[in-house]
Design a protein around this ligand. Structure first.
Ligand SMILES: [Zn+2]
Length: 456
């Protein structure tokens, strides 16, 4: 008896421990997890019933089944029914109506999505996500037409496009290019009209731009910008590095920049400054100058930029500089992304056009650098300044003195590095310094677009 009693007591203990272990196992093991699959759907509220809806499902125990059903007033179509067990944590499905049924009379359809995971929770049934959503069917593409644009764009230069776009459910308006940049259009003059400055980067071999209007249902209209291309040959300079330069300016800069810490080789210091430091500095510039306001732009009429009185050109925009050292060809390369102007030492620099100071700091090889936002995606920058008299968030007026020329950063003599950017892309300053160019390519295009709009 005693033995039996003690035996059953022992058994009780073992069961107790096993039960507690099982509860602990169920509570903490991923195969008993209790979270529903997380489902995200590419469309909300609207669908064109032509393009797939992308559904992605995420679950820590993987997916056991996935089902998507489209219902109209008359039909229920199970369009995805996937029972393949999978341990993958994320799966993606495309939901499309059955072939031959992709134009519906119905105003709206219901999409039901059910997804069950591999968890053993819920008596081994798993956790199920289930949702029904109503989608308004919209098969009309946005209306889009380019109403005015610059006649031509020069390699490294700027242009403008103005277009009309409308859709009851517009989602986005973009200007895509052949070189990967997307320009952002700003509302222009009257409702339904948009405009953007464009830029052809000096390093891009060709230029093309397409306005893309997309609505929330996924309908898209594209219209290419009809601008003629004008090539421009930029200077290629072969520059021999001297020991005096490496021991002087480069050694001095290498002491300051953190990118050159621990590098003693002078040529390597030069390479890092000319390539890595330059790229880091330009990234800051590009990010600061990529923004475009979404306020309605009614007019844009800059006067020609003339930042330095009696400024003589000492280096061109777009120069491709290739360096050699003691018979070693091409030890480093760079593009010069501004126009260098020199007058007297500490010459006064003026902002010809008003704007907002969006940057006023030291920026590596650019030295002390104020950047001004003139609106409509147009920015100017002033490098190597000895003194800067404006601060970030200051508003400057036309002809205000903002800084004095100098040789801060990577500069061999007192000068101004004058840069102009369109939505983060450096462009030829000469165009914006020429009243005829501005009239022919920008303001006359704006005026003719307004005339057209007023006649509508
Ligand atoms: Zn320069």
């Amino acid at each position: 008896m005693r033995r039996r009693n003690s035996g059953s007591g022992m058994m009780g203990w073992i069961f107790g421990i096993a039960a507690a272990g099982a509860i602990g196992f169920i509570a903490f093991s991923p195969i008993f997890e209790r979270n529903d699959p997380v489902v995200s759907v590419s469309h909300q509220d609207y669908w064109n019933f032509q393009e797939p809806i992308h559904v992605s499902v995420e679950d820590e125990s993987g997916l056991k089944s996935f089902k998507a059903t489209i219902s109209t007033d008359h039909d229920d179509w199970v369009v995805v029914d996937d029972l393949a067990m999978s341990k993958e944590k994320t799966r993606a499905f495309d939901v499309l109506p059955p072939k031959g049924r992709r134009s519906v009379e119905a105003q709206s359809v219901t999409l039901k999505i059910e997804a069950t995971d591999n968890s053993l929770w819920g008596l081994f049934m798993g956790n199920t996500f289930s949702q029904e959503m109503t989608l308004v069917i919209d098969q009309r593409r946005p209306v889009l037409s380019v109403i005015a644009s610059s006649y031509k764009i020069q390699k490294g230069g700027s242009a403008i496009v103005i277009f009309k776009a409308s859709d009851p459910h517009m989602e986005s308006l973009k200007i895509q290019t052949n070189f990967g940049k997307t320009f952002i259009a700003q509302p222009f003059y009257k409702p339904g009209y948009y405009a953007s400055l464009l830029a052809w980067p000096v390093q891009a071999q060709s230029f093309s731009a397409t306005v893309v209007a997309r609505d929330k249902a996924g309908n898209e209209t594209r219209s290419s910008v009809p601008v003629r291309l004008k090539d421009h040959a930029y200077k290629v300079s072969n520059i021999e590095l001297s020991d005096a330069f490496l021991d002087g300016k480069i050694a001095e800069l290498a002491n300051v920049y953190q990118q050159t810490i621990g590098v003693d080789d002078r040529l390597e210091q030069f390479r890092i400054i000319n390539e890595k430091v330059r790229a880091d500095n330009e990234k800051i510039i590009h990010e600061a100058t990529s923004k475009v306001s979404n306020a309605i732009i009614s007019d844009f009429r800059p006067i020609p930029f003339y930042p330095l009185v009696n400024g003589q050109k000492v280096a061109d925009f777009g120069d491709h500089r290739i360096y050699s050292y003691k018979g070693q060809e091409n030890v480093s390369q760079a593009y010069h992304m501004g126009l260098d102007l020199a007058s007297v030492q500490m010459g006064p620099i003026k902002s010809s056009n008003g704007g907002n100071v969006i940057f006023s700091k030291t920026n590596g090889i650019y030295g002390n650098l104020p950047i001004i936002d003139h609106g409509f995606g147009l920015y100017t920058l002033y490098g190597h300044c000895s003194e800067v008299s404006v601060q970030e968030k200051d508003r400057v007026v036309s002809q205000q003195e903002i800084a004095k020329t100098g040789m801060s950063g990577y500069a061999m003599g007192d000068h101004l590095h004058f840069g102009i950017l369109v939505q983060g892309i450096e462009v030829r300053p000469e165009e914006w310094m020429d009243s005829k160019w501005i009239a022919d390519n920008i303001t006359n295009v704006i005026d003719s677009a307004k005339m057209f709009i007023n006649q509508q």
